[in-house]
Write a protein that binds this ligand. Structure first.
Ligand code: ZN
Length: 299
């Protein structure tokens, strides 16, 4: 099934639901970054969470960044997701592998660590990003993002994200976000109903692996609550916005002395994009041109 995102409402628009499948883009990230199994699960969960969070932003160009910095061996991760359905991200120590947890699942909580912070930066498209920070609750990503939504955005939310990865790569990845909207936010019974339904699901990826579609999973959760799924689904994909020009811009900021040094010692410069692993090479001539640009600009 292609990677996609669907939006729905239920309970007289008192509930907003979004579901996303990220199997292919998580596999793409795994290959680009040579991720271990547990690192794949951590990054895939974070990318699904980011796409789900970005999906309710309004203005074109809106993006959300999730940075998790924990006490575990994975070090941390960063993802950048957009309302346009693009996402990219990386983990600090992609090679870290851990034995499964007592439930037989990939031990994302231990890899990230239970102590640390989740930083959320939202750029709502007006050029003034706002950020907020919450402490990690489990390092399992889904719990941590749900906790952010409840404590920082004061939106009662249930979030379920999962990744299934094995010797054949990523075979299922995605998630679902259910939110009680302000008009229904005082309805405690609705909130607890959503929580109990999500906790009864045996996880997101087992359903995908059984061949269930996003629409079927939504129907299972909210079918009896007046579920209405928006007809058009959105394509989601791994996409990095890096380019050679951006790399040149970054090199230019190093200044004339540093650039001159690179020309003399290294006969050029090499830069790797952290988000996608793309390697960019700038020749001596290109660096010399940057110095010339700097000189004209300073006149
Ligand atoms: Zn890149």
């Amino acid at each position: 099934m292609a990677d996609k995102l669907i939006r729905a409402t239920a309970a007289d628009s008192g509930i907003r639901a979004v579901g996303v499948i990220t199997t292919r883009l998580t596999e793409e990230a795994r290959q680009k970054h040579k991720l271990s199994y547990v690192a794949t699960a951590a990054l895939g969960r974070a990318m699904s969470s980011g796409l789900l969070l970005a999906s309710n932003m309004k203005k074109e160009g809106s993006r959300v960044n999730l940075r998790i910095k924990g006490s575990g061996p994975l070090g941390g991760l960063l993802i950048d997701a957009g309302l346009d359905g693009t996402v990219r991200g990386y983990v600090e120590n992609p090679e870290v592998e851990l034995p499964p947890n007592p439930q037989g699942k990939l031990d994302v909580g231990k890899a990230i660590g239970q102590e640390g912070y989740l930083y959320v930066v939202k750029d709502v498209g007006y050029g003034y990003p706002y950020s907020s920070t919450v402490e990690l609750v489990s390092g399992e990503v889904g719990d941590d993002v749900a906790n952010y939504l409840v404590t920082s955005e004061q939106t009662p939310s249930a979030l379920l994200v999962g990744v299934f990865v094995g010797a054949e790569g990523v075979t299922a990845s995605g998630g679902i976000l259910l939110q009680v909207l302000p008009k229904a936010a005082r309805d405690e019974s609705l909130i607890s109903l959503l929580e109990s339904r999500v906790s009864k699901l045996s996880g997101f990826t087992p359903l995908l692996r059984k061949g269930k579609t996003l629409n079927e999973i939504m129907a299972e959760l909210l079918g009896d609550l007046g579920l209405s799924i928006l007809p058009e689904s959105q394509i989601v994909r791994f996409d990095c916005r890096c380019s050679f020009n951006r790399v040149l811009g970054a090199l230019k900021m190093l200044g004339e002395a540093e650039l001159q040094d690179m020309i003399e010692k290294d006969e050029g410069a090499e830069a790797t994009c952290q988000f996608c692993g793309e390697i960019y090479q700038a020749s001596k001539d290109e660096l010399a041109q940057l110095i010339a640009d700097l000189k004209t600009e300073s006149v």
